[in-house]
Ligand binder design. Structure first.
Ligand SMILES: Cc1cc2nc3c(=O)[nH]c(=O)nc-3n(C[C@H](O)[C@H](O)[C@H](O)COP(=O)(O)OP(=O)(O)OC[C@H]3O[C@@H](n4cnc5c(N)ncnc54)[C@H](O)[C@@H]3O)c2cc1C
Length: 489
């Protein structure tokens, strides 16, 4: 008799768990709280970008949907070593050493991408957002080079197709409401009044980012008003069920991934928008200009690092400002470098020919202070260093607070534009403790028989920040592991 594995959720982690369980001989039922249109959770909202260790282009080519793309001959992907991945994660660990989960993520990242490719999940270079043209070549920066074909929706479609090919079944509108226990062992799940038995249950139901009460409880009052960038369904259900079964909480509950978003976006992400427009409420080109709060002050080093390494923290930084908003200000020198989201038909911005005309248009901002801040910024810009967005160019602005480390250019060439932004939460970092087989550990560090977890539910992967593109890889690595071991359990 094949083992019956129930997977809770249909995001990337769940789908990877299902694929792995199926290829290891299990019978798999996936249960999804959302209807068919919203199935796939946050995964579907993503750009599909996945961070993994690689040595060079030869590691990337076998993963590509179109290995004959003529641009490839003219592209410098560089390399992204395990050490670099480790350094990037350590940069957000607030002095903690790499956790075991982080070590596993790094070590298995490349192999998991190759595994996905064996299931016809293929990828495309992220030319538009991760490379700049330099001397006629596409030069990638920041170690993040590939995204799933057709982004998050494509990743979901390709992974779901693999699940179906292998014989897995999916039920929508089937939110799991509890675990069935026999003694200490998990033997199934409840979907309302219905009981479904299984040999193993894999929780892959995401974090608690869409649960206002849990956000405030764990992360603080400033997170109450946060926009939610993704699904409304990740309300911490799996976390609560596991806790009720005796699971241990683990990881960084005090913070989460949050990015600058259009202040006037809807409260949740726009999966209803056409493909290509879904990420357009995001506003992450702050490194090309300055960000001012209501007091007319800068509050972060907009160019501290490549935006891959700052965007997940700067949403929270905005939520900490008075009124929980900021304005991003650019001059016309950089208009062409702003991502397409700044030209989105629904993007909110004001424009004027001079700063004197623009600044009074910044709703809620102290005008005089804003003028002073921009003048001091302009005076502090180091004009001796050339601007180069493909590298950490060291073009700084010093003697101001906070300092500006890279890509500092004077705001001096009209017209000028300013975009109002707030913080949008992407996902939460706190979760459950799982062992090296993906089994959920109880408060005495023993495995809860029959219970596995993966994806956003796994604690200890991210702490005070996040190198972009690591969430999907984490879901794939830990999903694959949970599914493989659930099938063998
Ligand atoms: C706008 C946006 C852009 C992003 N871009 C990227 C990117 O480019 N690269 C990257 O690496 N990461 C990105 N992320 C982060 C990424 O989405 C997450 O790290 C990843 O999707 C988490 O996968 P998951 O499978 O754990 O959760 P999800 O994909 O969110 O799946 C969780 C699933 O569980 C379901 N569920 C919840 N409760 C229940 C229940 N009680 N019963 C049954 N089902 C339930 C949900 O409906 C959902 O389908 C982005 C996130 C957002 C919101």
């Amino acid at each position: 008799m094949p083992k019956h594995v129930i997977v809770v959720g249909t995001g990337n982690a769940a789908l990877c768990a299902a694929i792995a369980a199926l290829e290891n001989g299990a019978q798999v039922t996936m249960l999804e709280k959302a209807d068919e249109a919203l199935a796939g959770g946050n995964t579907k909202y993503t750009a599909g970008a996945m961070r993994f260790a690689y040595d060079g282009a030869e590691d990337l080519l076998p993963l590509l949907s179109d290995p004959n793309d003529p641009r490839l001959e003219n592209t410098d992907f560089g390399s992204y070593t395990s050490q670099k991945f480790a350094d990037d994660l350590l940069g957000f660990n607030d002095g903690r050493p790499l956790s075991r989960e982080q070590q596993d993520l790094i070590a298995q990242s490349g192999d998991t991408m190759r595994w996905l490719a064996t299931h016809d999940v293929t990828f495309e270079p992220i030319y538009s957002r991760q490379s700049f043209e330099k001397d006629g070549r596409h030069v990638f920066w920041g170690g993040l080079t590939l995204a799933a074909r057709n982004e998050g929706v494509g990743l979901f479609d390709m992974e779901l197709a693999a699940v179906r090919r292998l014989g897995g079944t999916v039920r929508y509108n089937a939110g799991v409401t509890g675990l069935i226990m026999e003694g200490e062992t998990v033997v199934g799940v409840r979907v309302g009044d219905e009981e479904l038995r299984a040999d193993a249950v894999v929780l892959a139901s995401g974090g608690f980012e869409a649960n206002e009460e849990l956000r405030v409880k764990h992360m603080g009052p400033e997170w109450k008003a946060a926009k939610v960038r993704g699904t409304p369904h990740n309300t911490g259900d799996g976390l609560q069920m596991a806790m009720d079964a005796g699971a241990m909480d683990y990881g960084y509950y005090a913070g989460g991934h949050a990015t600058p978003m259009d202040l006037h976006m809807a409260d949740f992400g726009g999966l209803d928008l056409p493909h290509g427009e879904r990420k357009n409420y995001r506003k992450i080109c702050y490194f090309l200009g300055v960000m001012l709060n209501a007091r007319g002050e800068r509050f972060v080093d907009e160019g501290a690092n490549f935006r891959n390494y700052t965007y997940a923290q700067y949403g929270a930084a905005i939520l900490e400002q008075p009124g929980q908003f900021a304005w991003q200000i650019f001059d016309s020198k950089v208009f062409d470098l702003l991502y397409a989201e700044y030209r989105f038909h629904d993007a909110h911005f004001v424009e004027a020919d001079s700063l004197d005309d623009l600044i009074p248009m910044l709703d809620g901002v102290d005008t005089e202070a804003a003028k002073r801040t921009i003048m001091s910024f302009n005076d502090a810009v180091d004009e001796s260093v050339p601007f180069d967005p493909t590298v950490l160019d060291g073009k700084s602005a010093v003697g101001i607070t906070p300092p500006r480390s890279h890509w500092a250019q004077k705001l001096d060439q009209g017209p000028f534009r300013a975009y109002p932004v707030t913080g949008g939460i992407t996902f939460t970092y706190g979760g459950l403790k799982v062992d090296e087989a993906g089994r959920v550990l109880n408060r005495s560090q023993g495995a809860i028989p029959g219970l596995f977890a993966c994806g956003e539910l796994v604690g200890g992967v991210f702490f005070a920040g996040y190198p972009g593109g690591s969430g999907l890889t984490s879901g794939a690595v830990f999903g694959r592991r949970a599914g493989t071991n659930a099938a063998a359990d």
